[in-house]
Design a protein around this ligand. Structure first.
Ligand SMILES: C[S@@+](CC[C@H](N)C(=O)[O-])C[C@H]1O[C@@H](n2cnc3c(N)ncnc32)[C@H](O)[C@@H]1O
Length: 209
């Protein structure tokens, strides 16, 4: 993405979230499904450093902090309004402004970043391919990138899937397609009706000789 696109996306996010952020966690609880299950599974794995891309209000990092008090946590967030809120909730996390497609974050935590989490952010990122490539290159060798997001909705009745897809489009959100994920080497787990998907990708970073 170029600077003009970045500026436009940042403006859109600030307009969109500035007024909705006080009610964000309460309202999204009912339709950003699969997040808590993904966080519990992540917390049971062996890692120390995790960066969330697009942490929003910080609700996932707050939950991970509770589940894994030993963890070193950070985030890269493109929306200034959300970043300011997350910082108040997570004073000990390394939270920075940046864009998923271009921000360097391999050295953000002072320990290796062994997990990168995208929770309902990849579907609204302008260049998801670039963001995923960046994440797989930034996560430490042997680590992984975990995505939980809207799935391809193929298990839902067609009219419901079409209506949901149209509604999401008005918020600049595009559900993730199975072929897009598998072509990029993901292991997939689907939620009911393929409403959400959890996709895991291995790191592409090489070990230092
Ligand atoms: C739907 S919210 C999800 C927030 C949080 N991850 C959750 O699960 O509640 C998507 C978040 O991604 C952020 N975002 C969108 N595009 C981004 C980009 N290119 N780089 C970094 N963050 C981005 C938004 O500002 C927002 O905070």
């Amino acid at each position: 993405m170029n600077a003009v696109d970045d500026d436009a996306h940042r403006d859109f996010l600030n307009r969109y979230y500035r007024w909705s952020r006080p009610i964000y966690d309460l309202t999204r609880k009912y339709y950003l499904l699969g997040r808590d299950r993904t966080l519990r599974a992540l917390a049971a794995e062996p890692w120390r450093g995790l960066v969330e891309i697009g942490p929003g209000t910080g609700r996932n990092l707050v939950a991970l902090r509770r589940l894994r008090p030993d963890a070193v946590l950070g985030g890269v967030e493109a929306c200034d309004a959300m970043l300011a809120l997350a910082r108040t909730r997570l004073p000990d996390a390394r939270l920075v402004h940046g864009f998923a497609e271009s921000a360097p974050y391999a050295d953000l935590l002072g320990v290796p970043v062994e997990r990168v989490l995208f929770s309902y952010s990849l579907s609204m990122i302008q260049d998801p391919d670039g963001a995923l490539r960046q994440a797989r290159a930034q996560v430490a060798p042997g680590g992984s990138v975990v995505v939980v997001d809207f799935g391809d909705l193929r298990g839902l009745p067609r009219p419901a899937a079409d209506a949901l897809t149209r509604w999401l489009r008005t918020f600049h959100v595009a559900p993730l397609q199975a072929s897009w994920l598998t072509e990029r080497g993901a292991s997939l787990t689907w939620g009911p009706g393929r409403y959400y998907v959890v996709a895991t990708f291995p790191s592409t970073a090489s070990r230092a000789a």
